[in-house]
Ligand binder design. Structure first.
Ligand SMILES: N[C@@H](CCC[C@H](N)C(=O)O)C(=O)O
Length: 272
């Protein structure tokens, strides 16, 4: 039996297990990740974040001393980016005094992201460019199909704007939405369903790749704001409501900044 210590945190109820691994010794096998994320037999989470120095990551060519957010979905798959995870990761670095300022850089598979502690203790993260990509893709859920706005936020997103006849709260996201053509997202996709409440206010639900429905998705929120903006929706800051809370997105050119809460709720020891 192995024992390891963990912290648990969430950003708008998108929850993560945090593992400190400064020396890059931890084996992140998919079976291990599935076991700890299991909500009945494990700790339970939407994903696992390993806190490791960038220099321990194969193929990393940047500053080796940066802290690297090594992110995994609950099914054991690796993801390039996680917007809520990045804020929780930053909160953990601050709590554990692993950084010595209220503004610092974090390394991720989608590049280096700048993080700042914002007003009221919220955390604001630079997400980078949210690229709205022209494509002809359809998403199907049960017997309904919608056209998709394809957005790349470092990880892939399919944004569906609901029509007046759709009720966001009634969608059954227990099952994964399907997309066509299949080649549009060869690595799978996070699918967001959006209702436009006002030019600067959106409500969204998400089915995350590698997890299922979650109560929030930070990169999904950015994807939705970028798609809304590309449709001529709004240039200024946008508030996006998710089942787990509220996040805000601001653009400078195509560069997105995501602001919202991030908390670490406790720590413990897991035996496996
Ligand atoms: N919850 C995250 C996104 C996590 C990764 C995603 N499921 C993927 O596979 O791309 C967020 O807050 O952005």
């Amino acid at each position: 039996m192995r024992r390891f210590s963990f912290h648990k945190g969430h950003g708008t109820r998108n929850d993560f297990i945090i593992l400190d691994d400064s020396y890059g010794m931890h084996d992140m096998h998919p079976e291990f990740i599935r076991a700890v994320c299991d909500r009945h037999a494990g700790i339970g989470a939407d994903g696992v974040i390993r806190v490791v120095r960038a220099g321990s990551i194969r193929d990393w060519t940047g500053d080796p001393h940066l802290w690297f957010m090594d992110y995994y979905n609950a099914d054991g798959s690796v993801a390039e980016m996680c917007g809520n995870g990045l804020r929780v990761f930053a909160r953990h670095l601050i709590n554990e005094q692993l950084v010595d300022a209220g503004a610092f850089d974090v390394a991720t598979r989608a590049g280096v992201k700048h993080v700042e502690v914002a007003r009221h203790g919220l955390i604001s993260t630079d997400i980078g460019r949210a690229l709205v990509l022209p494509d002809d893709v359809t998403v199907t859920l049960e017997d309904r199909s919608w056209p998709v706005v394809k957005v790349d936020v470092g990880n892939p997103h399919a944004v569906v704007f609901l029509t007046d006849s759709d009720v966001l709260e009634d969608l059954d996201l227990h099952r994964a939405p399907r997309w066509s053509p299949a080649e549009a997202y060869p690595q799978g996709v996070n699918v967001e369903f959006v209702r436009v409440d006002a030019p600067d206010a959106l409500t969204m639900r998400v089915h995350e790749r590698g997890v299922g429905e979650t109560l929030s998705c930070g990169t999904g929120v950015v994807a939705v704001a970028a798609a809304h903006r590309a449709r001529g929706g709004h240039e200024g800051p946008v508030t996006v409501r998710v089942p787990g809370g509220e996040l805000s997105v601001q653009f400078t050119g195509d560069e997105a900044r995501l602001t919202g809460p991030a908390v670490v709720i406790g720590r413990g020891e897991f035996w496996i």
